[in-house]
Design a protein around this ligand. Structure first.
Ligand code: SAH
Ligand code: SF4
Ligand code: F3S
Length: 472
């Protein structure tokens, strides 16, 4: 998971203007939502601040997927409140997934008086009004009786198909600068994997209308974006709730025709809903990248069943096999959880074995974190933390050596990258990604963001490939 800031950097703001700052935790969904929050605040005349110290309004867009993510948010909120810019406390908004948890509201009411507004991901459009109300109350010196709240109704697994309100189309947006833009294609999730809080905090699965998605991607391409990443918790289930038979494969095929765009990515795929038809469409397309992020979570059938994932180890291996047979050179990456309740050493060995068979290019690996309200939090056989940590270490060691070996295959080869800009650590060099999502640092020549460039690989690490520009 990324923890990143939406670059709201602006300068020379005239005095008297209201300045906002947004800090984003969690996944790409949240990053995309932060762009909308910025857009909404700017339509009310607010301007970006360079840092939270200078801001009148600070929005912390939060993640609830693991306890560690929540812990970070609470300590960050404390730091922000302690900054007291110009002797005044800013209006603090706790937005995003944590705002949907009843425990969060309780804690804010009891112990975190400096959080003035709570808004769930389905309520972004309410933020400006609540911020203005809170600012007004502060100016008038009115004491807050708890935060101002806009959250979606609490959802249970039993109410899984109940449709709730989704965000209006065409909300304003301040885009992260760069060559790549996010496009949300669906909201929520109906899967209720037993460990996961997302369906509770993000609500039911609702696909956006294909026409609106295609229009948005066309506009982005016209504005000069070269790459789009389509976002949803389970993009392969796109369209299932729309009532027709238009699905994710159809959407990919339509988007492949958008002029000006060079690359299409998507996240996240669910192995259960990834059909051979989708693989074939990707194989035959021009712009859809040959990178398959397929979270497997576990290599043990017993654990996959307890997780409610809806596929077996064998089906997963078949899918990876099919991808590799149809698209040689395709990159497959994954997410894995260790220490799910009841996971034995044998189950864990099954995971290690699957990792060795799939030879993933990379994996996000996590220690199971019990989330209040999910089925797995109540299951018997919770694994002690030290054991979970040991398993994580063993897994990371196996995966990292596979990643390095996979990268070594590129030594001496030429790869094509889409240039993103200067490398952060070595700004004299520029960097970009291959279609398979490998980070490449180019050590010679010059190129502008958005250009396709060929690089001859001379050095590889776990997380990058490196070399000079290739002479054509
Ligand atoms: N919708 C996506 C991922 C959402 S969360 C999917 O289904 O793949 C991103 C990752 O966080 C998950 O893939 C999972 O590996 C991890 N994760 C989710 N809940 C978790 C929990 N309770 N403890 C540890 N890891 C978790
Ligand atoms: Fe969570 Fe499963 Fe939905 Fe992914 S598919 S968001 S892991 S419930
Ligand atoms: Fe976190 Fe919410 Fe994304 S819980 S992973 S920010 S959907």
């Amino acid at each position: 998971m990324l923890s990143s800031k939406l670059d709201t950097g602006g300068t020379d703001v005239a005095s008297g203007e209201i300045r906002y700052y947004i800090e984003t935790f969690g996944c790409q969904m949240n990053q995309r939502d932060s762009e909308t929050i910025a857009g909404l605040l700017e339509t009310r005349g607010m301007k970006p601040a360079e840092n939270p110290r200078e801001a009148d309004v600070v929005v912390v867009n939060t993640c609830a997927v693991r306890q560690a993510a929540e812990r970070k948010v609470w300590s960050r909120l404390g730091e922000i409140a302690a900054m007291k810019p110009n002797g005044r406390e800013p209006v603090i908004v706790l937005a995003g997934c944590m705002a949907q948890l009843p425990e969060t509201l309780e804690r804010v009411k009891d112990k975190v008086p400096y959080v003035n507004v709570l808004t769930g991901p389905g309520q972004l459009d309410k933020i400006p009004r609540l911020v203005e109300e809170a600012m007004d109350a502060k100016t008038r010196g009115v004491a807050f009786q708890g935060p101002l709240v806009a959250v979606s109704p609490r959802r249970t697994e039993a109410e899984r198909s109940e449709s709730t309100q989704v965000l209006p189309e065409n909300l304003p947006r301040v885009k992260v600068p760069g060559v790549s833009a996010y496009v949300t294609i669906m909201y929520g999730c109906d899967n209720f994997c037993t460990y996961c809080i997302v369906p509770f905090v993000r609500g039911p699965q609702v696909s956006r209308d294909p026409r609106s998605v295609i229009d948005e991607v066309e506009r982005l391409a016209q504005e000069g974006y070269k790459e789009v990443t389509l976002l949803g918790q389970n993009v392969n289930a796109y369209g299932h709730d729309l009532g027709g038979n238009y699905d994710f494969g159809d959407l990919l095929a339509d988007l492949d025709k958008v002029p000006g765009l060079l690359r299409i990515r998507y996240a996240t795929s669910h192995p259960r809903d990834f059909t051979p038809k989708m693989v074939d469409i990707i194989r035959d397309s021009e712009k859809i990248c040959e990178h398959f992020h397929l979270p497997v979570q576990s290599g043990s059938n017993r654990i996959l069943k307890a997780m409610h994932r809806g596929y077996t180890r064998e089906r997963y291996l078949e899918l990876v096999e099919y991808i590799k047979s149809q698209i040689p050179g395709a990159s497959v990456t994954t997410d894995i959880i260790v220490g799910f309740p009841g996971e034995t050493e044998e189950d864990f060995q099954d995971t290690l074995d699957l990792v060795r068979q799939c030879r993933f290019d990379g994996a996000f690996t996590f220690i199971f974190s019990p989330r209040q309200g999910t089925a797995a939090a109540k299951m018997e056989g919770q694994i002690p933390h030290e054991e979970k940590s040991r398993r994580l270490e063993r897994l990371v060691e196996v995966q990292n050596s596979i990643t390095r070996e996979n990268n070594r295959r590129f030594l001496g080869k030429t790869v094509e990258i889409l240039v993103e800009g200067p490398d952060e650590r070595e700004p004299e060099h520029f960097r970009g990604r291959t279609r398979t999502n490998r980070m490449v640092i180019c050590t010679s020549g010059k190129a502008e963001p958005g250009q396709l460039v060929h690089v001859r690989i001379q050095e590889v690490g776990t997380w990058y490939l490196k070399g000079p520009m290739a002479q054509d």
